[in-house]
Design a protein around this ligand. Structure first.
Ligand code: 5AD
Ligand code: SF4
Length: 453
């Protein structure tokens, strides 16, 4: 008879399983990680399989209507699991939860718990309440008048479970801009910056456990300011952390992109040469009605600011097609802007009216077919630009952080360059986490091919 080598510990005896389904932006992915950290302290382990979960959390997005619809159809699909296992707890968090609150409980009878974007750290108490037989709604905003706060408690990053090669860190949350199409100021509240020492501790903890690349998150990341430290100074402090390889950030607002930040991207060794700078539209009339606080000319000046220092930096953007009242000639200006700026990547969306946002009540709401046609025209142009840009990169030397084995060819590796280009390194035995200097030898539609030098 063989004896067990290790006694089961009380924690493994009482361990429960949680599955988290995440929709939407990087901030939601980050929040999901934090939910997992909170639950790990409560002896939950993660499972990919929602059929074996004791707790299923749905982390929702409401930025466009489609994302919201996906949440309700997922909740519908989860119904049979709850019928089979009445002990199963189903919770809904994130932006739809913040916005809809109690009406989710009325609409989806299998949901036990609805929690807002400020409430994820109270999950243990809320789950307790559900165990007592109550259905819970907790969407209370925490201290929204404070501009600076540790909105991530220390325990959530002291000993992060198996952090990835790349990790997000939220440095601000909320937004004070109130662009007329955007629901975020309602779902995430007004802007709050997190204390610098709290951010630096989280970064150091991640790096000590093997993370190589950090991406700073905020709805308006470059307006960060806390305890006299602004965004550029924060980048400077992070750049000094022993072992950090790469620093990225998203999304900056053009109005807060200035010379010092362009200098920092050029001068700080670990800050990558890539900027995601949302344009939204190329027509000044549309930009004004979007309440973006800049003209196309001012936006172009910001692009020039970066390119004058770093001609090879890549620039990506967000564009909305078919904003209310957008005329054909307005949209032509977006197309012209995309032709002139030659973005490396465009995240383009059809305008989606969101509840209680000013633009949802504007005159001139466009037909879906018009929005779709404009979106497709922009995407077709961008495809051509990317193909031309890929050709220009032929023979160039780039540094790639290896993220994994290329699924279609296990003798190749995949990763991203500092400029955020997706690169496949052919015939490589590099390990995950290696930084490899490569020469670009080919291009596919969505990625570059390279050989290690
Ligand atoms: N409709 C379409 N796109 C939107 N975005 C934000 N709100 C809407 C909306 N109502 C886009 C913007 C933003 C990105 C995150 O999502 O382009 O930059
Ligand atoms: Fe929304 Fe505008 Fe704030 Fe971005 S800057 S989160 S688009 S309100």
């Amino acid at each position: 008879m063989t004896l067990p080598t290790q006694e089961p510990t009380p924690s493994t005896l009482t361990s429960k399983k949680v599955n988290i389904q995440t929709f939407g932006c990087q901030m939601n992915e980050y929040d999901t990680d934090k939910m997992m950290e909170v639950l790990r302290h409560e002896n939950y382990t993660y499972t990919d399989n929602c059929k074996e979960a004791d707790l299923i959390l749905v982390n929702t997005c409401s930025v466009r209507e489609k994302a919201e619809q996906k949440v309700y159809s997922l909740l519908g699909r989860l119904r049979p699991l709850k019928e089979k296992n009445p002990e199963l707890i189903i919770g809904v968090g994130g932006c739809v939860a913040q916005q809809e609150g109690k009406s989710i409980l009325n609409r989806a009878h299998n949901v036990d718990l609805v929690f807002g974007t400020d409430n994820l750290f109270d999950l243990p108490e809320m789950i307790e309440e559900v165990h007592r037989g109550n259905r819970i709604v907790q969407t209370e905003r925490k201290a929204y008048k404070q501009k600076v706060r540790n909105f991530i408690p220390d325990f959530a990053f002291e000993n992060i479970s198996k952090p990835g090669l790349k990790a997000y860190i939220a440095i601000t949350k909320g937004c004070n801009n109130f662009c007329s199409f955007c629901i975020v100021p309602k779902t995430r509240g007004l802007e709050v910056s997190r204390k610098p020492e709290n951010i630096l501790e989280e970064a150091a903890s991640l790096i000590a456990q093997g993370t190589k690349e950090i991406c700073l998150l905020g709805q308006n990341v470059n307006s960060y300011k806390a305890e006299g430290v602004d965004f550029v100074e924060l980048l400077g402090h992070l750049n000094e952390i022993d072992g950090i390889q790469r620093i990225r950030f998203t999304s900056p607002h053009p109005k807060d992109f200035h010379e010092q930040l362009a200098d920092a991207i050029r001068d700080l060794e670990h800050v990558c040469e890539h900027l995601h700078l949302p344009l939204q539209a190329g027509s000044d009339t549309v930009l004004e009605r979007m309440k973006r606080n800049y003209t196309l000319e001012e936006y172009l000046e910001k692009v020039e600011l970066l390119r004058s220092r770093l001609p090879h930096a890549s620039i990506s953007t967000d564009i909305i097609a078919g904003f209310p009242g957008e005329t054909e000639s307005d949209f032509e200006k977006t197309i012209e802007a995309a032709e002139n700026i030659r973005f490396d990547q465009i995240y383009a969306f059809k305008y989606s009216p969101r509840p209680d946002t000013p633009a949802a009540n504007y005159d001139g709401q466009l037909e879906e077919a018009v929005k779709a046609e404009r979106l497709n025209r922009l995407l077709a142009l961008q495809e051509k630009i990317v193909a031309q840009k890929h050709q220009k990169l032929m023979g160039k030397q780039l540094e790639v952080l290896v993220e994994g084995t290329y699924p279609r060819d296990t003798s190749s590796r995949s990763g991203r360059s500092r400029e955020h280009h997706p690169v496949v390194i052919l015939n490589s035995d590099a390990n995950i986490g290696d930084l490899v200097d490569v020469r670009i030898t080919g291009a596919k539609k969505y990625s570059l091919e390279a050989i290690a030098l």
